[in-house]
Design a protein around this ligand. Structure first.
Ligand SMILES: O=P(O)(O)OC[C@H]1O[C@](O)(CO)[C@@H](O)[C@@H]1O
Length: 567
């Protein structure tokens, strides 16, 4: 019999739907008393420890999820990805970000060609370039060595590298390697972001890396032209070859922009933008800042998880378990959001990166075969480091809506601090919260407990916590480049697993196109109105009056002269 078009038509999906009633009769307060269950609901790989016992699930749920994985042909789909099959069918592309961190002797084919040597050729070029740059042998137009890097790019050409940079900044080894250097990012086309990114920088000591897979993204290209002007107006047009380099799959456009092709670093269409941090997109700016050896450790961490996801049985497979549990929470328990809560300030840019990774990958309305989904796929990701989040949105998580949480803790802080005489070290203070919050969510507090504490009657409803709120806890042994790579790869694979189960294409992003083309219509109108005084035409009444109001105020930057930020 032909396999059903949608996963929701399978018996395994229906068995999970039928199982929801039984789970609704349980409470985590009771489930957590079962020591065998708690032990069974853990997994460990190379120092990454996952405890998912605080999920609204029993071992029976997990068995049923494994059966769903079988029905979705999860193992086959993961294998196909690793084999370079064109699983991104709407763009006819392989999905091979795993090749970016594979060892030199690995063989991974796309279109019958082993891509690993090409990957390493670019990495070798980055290594050599970054060594020349960091040694001071690469000098700018005025003969000075360059110590500042501004990476210009948006979306996947920004968020992943920003996440890794932020996480490395306080790692002692990486911090030592980055002494005296600055790495900044320019993503938003808002001129305020231009101003911020170059504030107090001297073009004579700055290298600009233009990062764009397509080299056509409107925001990035305008920012690149703006920063080019900043360099040229200060150092002259010949400075571009020494002060601007690029990362792209479109080397033709890089050349047309005026960047020396020798200073361009390639990647390939089989690397999705949001999966590209391990390509030159991340490896180049990070190597300029921290040196290639540290970035190589990050790649090795990511590769270790690639191996793990590809070869481990599902029972021990951290990304597979995570992906299945997310499907359970979203599609069966009906919890549409996920909070990413690292108890580690170095991971403050993890949630913004995962937002793109997850929501651009799995925010789809049709199956990979184009059939409208009768269920919601994807989830709403957000997060903040603890304990900051506790003083912000946790109220809603404790007593308002049910939001499954990822708690991420690190055993050994990057920055140990202890004040003699204090009860605990600063990191232990942080981690006290990391351990307490999941239990507060799971157990809650009953009216009976409040009565026994003599809480006034009128406050009992306000102080009651229903509990039974799901979370999972990760403990990482430490947070160096290697573990940062592991964490990245865990989330990348988890999100792909979710997409494989839902039967969607997690590797295209057609949903971003409509807004882009409408912006181009508006851009034409703004130009015509500003330059030729043309009236606003062809828009709905709402947009027309908004645009008219906007255009009525004379801009502070007249269109007949170049103006750069002044701060
Ligand atoms: O690297 P590019 O081609 O400039 O694209 C930037 C981003 O734009 C998108 O295409 C849409 O947001 C992302 O997928 C991508 O990461």
């Amino acid at each position: 019999m032909a396999s059903p078009a949608l996963i929701s038509d399978t018996d395994q999906w229906k068995a999970l739907q039928a199982h929801v009633g039984a789970i609704h009769k349980t409470h985590l307060r009771d489930l957590m008393t079962d020591a065998d269950r708690c032990k069974a609901m853990t997994a460990e790989f190379e120092g990454v420890y996952l405890d998912y016992s605080r999920q609204q699930a029993t071992t029976e749920t997990i068995d049923k999820l494994f059966k769903l994985a079988e029905a979705a042909k999860l193992k086959e789909k993961i294998d196909k990805m690793f084999k370079g099959e064109k699983i991104n069918t709407t763009e006819n592309r392989s999905v091979l970000h795993v090749a970016l961190r594979a060892p030199r002797d690995a063989v991974i084919n796309s279109d019958g060609v082993n891509v690993v040597p090409e990957v390493w050729a670019v990495k070798d070029k980055i290594k050599q370039f970054s060594e020349t740059f960091r040694s001071g042998s690469w000098v700018g137009a005025t003969g000075k060595p360059l110590t500042n890097v501004v990476s210009v790019g948006i979306g996947g050409s920004f968020l992943g590298p920003l996440f890794v940079h932020t996480a490395l900044q306080t790692d002692p080894e990486a911090a030592e390697a980055a002494k005296g250097r600055q790495l900044r990012f320019l993503a938003n086309v808002d001129p305020v972001d231009v101003a911020r990114s170059i504030k107090d920088l001297d073009p004579a000591t700055t290298l600009v890396v233009v990062v764009s897979k397509t080299f056509t993204t409107a925001e990035t290209m305008l920012n690149a032209r703006t920063i080019k002007e900043w360099i040229v107006s200060s150092l002259g047009p010949q400075a571009v070859s020494k002060h601007m380099i690029a990362v792209s799959t479109n080397l033709k456009l890089v050349k047309e922009f005026g960047i020396d092709p020798n200073n361009a670093f390639a990647f390939w269409d089989w690397v999705g933008g949001r999966y590209s941090v391990c390509s030159a997109v991340g490896v180049l700016p990070l190597s300029l800042q921290y040196g290639f050896p540290i970035v190589q450790k990050f790649l090795e961490g990511a590769s270790s998880i690639d191996n793990h996801v590809h070869t481990s049985s599902f029972e021990k497979n951290i990304p597979v378990l995570l992906g299945l549990l997310s499907v359970w929470n979203v599609s069966f328990l009906g919890y549409p959001a996920r909070a990413i809560l690292p108890y580690c300030q170095a991971l403050e840019k993890l949630a913004p990166h995962i937002q793109q990774l997850s929501m651009e990958s799995n925010g789809k309305g049709v199956s990979i075969d184009g059939v409208r989904l009768p269920f919601e796929a994807g989830e709403i990701d957000f997060g903040e480091p603890g304990t900051n989040g506790q003083h912000s949105f946790y109220q809603l998580i404790h007593q308002g809506r049910v939001i499954p949480c990822d708690f991420i803790g690190v055993i050994k802080s990057q920055q140990p601090v202890y004040l003699k005489g204090e009860t605990v070290s600063n990191h232990d203070e942080l981690m006290s919260n990391f351990f307490a919050q999941p239990d507060a969510l799971a157990y809650g507090k009953t009216p009976e407990q409040l009565h026994s504490e003599k809480v006034p009657e009128n406050l009992i409803p306000h102080k009651t916590f229903q509990g039974n709120r799901p979370s999972l806890s990760f403990l990482l042994s430490s947070l160096s480049a290697y573990e940062i790579g592991q964490l990245l790869s865990i989330y990348e694979h988890r999100i792909a697993v979710q997409g494989f189960i839902w039967g969607i294409n997690s590797f295209d992003q057609w949903g971003v196109e409509l807004g882009k083309s409408l912006a181009s219509t508006v851009r034409k109108q703004l130009h015509a109105s500003r330059m030729e005084g043309k009236p606003v035409e062809g828009f709905n009444p709402s947009s027309a009056s908004l645009l008219t109001r906007f255009l009525a105020v004379k801009p502070s930057t007249p269109y007949d002269t170049t103006v750069l930020p002044k701060v």
